[in-house]
Design a protein around this ligand. Structure first.
Ligand code: XMP
Length: 518
């Protein structure tokens, strides 16, 4: 275990799907924390880690079951502040002499309102008399443990917030770590202040920790990193390069589905600016011939995915002695796919990023961004010295322009699309709108229509402009451009791009639409 000078908070994981959000909220408060599954937390472990406070996460188990997951009882003897969340509250009550029961109309899922029951000077400081919280529990505390008092109640949870303000033990039935508990961050802040945290953790500290971890894991071995030109893989590559220098080789697969000048820019940035060893796999012809005549969106995706693995494998196998494959997997990619930190969370789905390639190639996976959310990756990128114009780029999907080209994909259509897209983005940047928009692009439609240009007839492709606001890509709304902007942009595209004579603006939200066009 690495030793850092930062104050540490231990999160004992009982397998909640949202345990990682506790860590995220704490990092927002500049607090260093580690998540460890309850099974590994022993007395010796606690001595070694030496945390300043402990949070017990929620989890799918029931305290009423035989042998429910428990933290070691020593945690209650360390004189440390402890916060139990949901299951964490229940197991704490159970272990300290309270009682937990099931059901009979007291389960709560979703939004609820907590009223503070007495002076809210400690954990509920700066909470209003009534605050919205997010509940997700079947069992509930029916008797609080000796020494505790009730600090907040909700209609179905008479012990929504409990505390022993002498020992600084607290329990909440709801989840303060999720967005739907708007004052949850405040509660966590209050808890960490009680515990004496100064907020001495930063992205710089994360970088230092990640670099140490990479060095310890990799040793003198070689690492391959697939570079897509996107923010996640770029940050991964630069971080690895800072950690292990030329033991890293990047493989950049140009599948012919990239945006205008993208391949050249990526190569320039990594080879010229960072001197990172880079294999530029120009496989455009291979991808485009495999996609010929294919119009089915799912089949197109399969072709691209399968070919990517083959091509990547071919080029990666030229790097002798590589033992690791680095991927820019982020926390939202794994949040529902595996149990984090080896804890007991329920597997809901396997994510496409995680499976397949490393096993096939006999490589071990290294994913240094696995604990981070997108905005944290951006902050890390800045910390690593990547240009902020690069870091703040809109997301670009793995299958690239293929999912912006419904119908058959041809070289001609891709070139038209690239030109139109570059103009749209140029317009957005010129009007100072780029950072307000989550993602913007042009899609070329599989129809030609008649137009009139000058005195002549044209018969060219129609395109659609798409620009959305979103937080995470799961839901989205169209960006409300001014009409002047739209007409200026349409005029530019039609005048400057050979092959397009009609531009439309897509005003569909997601749902019911999707962001991409495939
Ligand atoms: P949709 O079109 O599903 O897209 O609303 C939501 C977000 O996901 C991106 N996207 C992908 N990203 N590989 C990726 O790396 C993919 O296969 C993929 N498909 C969609 C899309 O660009 C949008 O940001």
């Amino acid at each position: 275990m690495e030793q850092f000078q930062y104050q540490k908070l231990l999160i004992i994981d009982f397998g909640s799907q949202v345990t990682q959000l506790i860590a995220r909220r704490l990092r927002e408060l500049n607090i260093y924390c580690e998540i460890h599954p309850f099974q590994v937390v022993t007395k010796i472990f606690l001595q070694k880690l030496s945390p300043k406070a402990i949070i017990l996460s929620g989890g799918p188990a029931s305290v009423i079951d035989q042998n429910p997951p428990r933290p070691p009882k020593e945690i209650f003897e360390l004189n440390l502040p402890i916060l139990g969340i949901c299951y964490g509250q229940q197991i704490m009550m159970d272990m300290l002499g309270g009682k937990v029961e099931r059901g009979q109309g007291t389960s709560e899922f979703g939004k609820a309102y907590v009223s503070s029951s007495q002076d809210n000077s400690t954990i509920l400081k700066n909470w209003a008399q009534e605050e919205q919280v997010w509940m997700s529990h079947g069992d509930h505390v029916s008797k609080i443990a000796p020494g505790f008092s009730v600090l907040g109640t909700s209609p179905n949870a008479p012990f929504a917030v409990v505390g022993d303000q002498i020992r600084n033990f607290f329990g909440v039935q709801f989840h303060p770590e999720v967005h739907h508990t708007p004052k949850g961050g405040k509660l966590l802040y209050n808890f960490t202040k009680l515990a004496g945290f100064k907020g001495d953790w930063s992205m710089e500290a994360f970088r230092e920790k990640a670099i140490n971890h990479i060095r310890n894991t990799v040793g003198k071995k070689k690492v391959i990193c697939g570079l897509s030109g996107g923010v996640d893989s770029s940050v991964t590559a630069v971080l690895l390069h800072q950690a292990i220098g030329d033991q890293l080789t990047c493989v950049f697969v140009d599948n012919g589905l990239l945006r205008k000048n993208e391949a050249a820019e990526v190569i320039k940035m990594f080879k010229d600016n960072y001197s990172i060893p880079l294999i530029h796999a120009n496989e455009q012809d291979l991808f485009l011939s495999a996609l010929k005549n294919e119009t089915d969106p799912e089949k197109k995706r399969k072709i691209i995915g399968t070919l990517f693995i083959e091509v990547f494998q071919k080029h990666a196998s030229t790097i002798n002695g590589a033992e690791f494959l680095a991927q820019g997997t982020l926390y939202p990619d794994v949040i529902e796919s595996v149990s984090f930190s080896g804890g007991p969370s329920v597997t809901i789905k396997s994510h496409h990023n995680v499976g397949g390639l490393p096993e096939k190639m006999g490589l071990k996976l290294i994913e240094p961004l696995r604990e981070l959310f997108k905005d944290e990756v951006r902050a890390l990128g800045i910390e690593l010295g990547l240009p902020s114009s690069f870091i703040s780029r809109h997301p670009f999907p793995g299958p690239g322009l293929a999912i912006r080209c419904p119908g058959e994909i041809t070289q001609e259509k891709l070139e038209i699309l690239r030109d139109a897209d570059a103009i749209f983005i140029d317009q957005i940047r010129k009007h100072g709108l780029y950072d307000e928009i989550w993602q913007a692009f042009v899609a070329i439609l599989p129809v030609k229509t008649v137009g009139v240009m000058g005195d002549g007839r044209s018969y060219d492709y129609a395109c659609t402009l798409r620009a959305v606001t979103s937080v995470d890509g799961m839901t989205a709304d169209y960006y409300p451009f001014k009409h002047d902007f739209l007409s200026e942009t349409a005029t530019r595209i039609i005048n400057e791009v050979d092959g397009i004579n009609r531009a439309t603006y897509d005003i569909t939200s997601k749902p019911p639409g999707t962001i991409e066009w495939e």
